[in-house]
Design a protein around this ligand. Structure first.
Ligand code: DQA
Length: 146
């Protein structure tokens, strides 16, 4: 089974970006940890990060019938992008939404997500461990689906 990890805008700045909110780990740390975990679960994992909405949409389109599960942190697009929501609905791939910070503790504009009502589940506020919990959960979901 093939998993796609999608990270949205500004997440390439993890480690440097607002460390009090997002911690000191880098995106490379997250991607490497998840690739190792995936391998140990017998899954293949591909990672993409982009600051461009169009690029993320196109990457999700390319996942059509190629990817079994998506783990996505849409970052600021969470609160903005109907187009990215529509892309993930179009390919009809189950997904988990992850946020490093607890968006509900933060500004009101972060409380609404264009993804949560169509996600398998949502993980937020647990730091980068959230990605790992999402992968574990994706593995369980895919094992049951078999
Ligand atoms: C984020 C939360 C979003 O509100 C923010 O725009 C991000 C990161 C998180 O992982 O906590 O860029 O998705």
């Amino acid at each position: 089974k093939h998993i796609l990890l999608v990270n949205g805008p500004n997440l390439n700045m993890l480690g440097k970006r607002e460390p009090a909110v997002y911690g000191h780990h880098t995106l490379a740390d997250i991607e490497q940890n998840l690739a190792k975990q995936a391998a140990s679960l017998g899954l293949s994992l591909e990672s993409v990060q982009s600051n461009s909405e169009a690029e993320l949409i196109e990457r999700i389109h390319a996942a059509f019938q190629q990817v079994d599960f998506i783990i996505i942190n849409p970052a600021a697009f969470t609160h903005q992008s109907v187009a990215l929501r529509d892309a993930i609905l179009a390919v009809d791939i189950p997904f988990i939404e992850v946020h490093i910070s607890n968006v509900h503790k933060r500004e009101a504009f972060r409380h609404h997500s264009y993804f949560s009502d169509v996600a398998q589940g949502v993980i937020c506020g647990l730091g980068i461990a959230g990605y790992s919990y999402a992968l574990q959960s994706a593995h369980e979901f895919l094992s049951k689906a078999e």
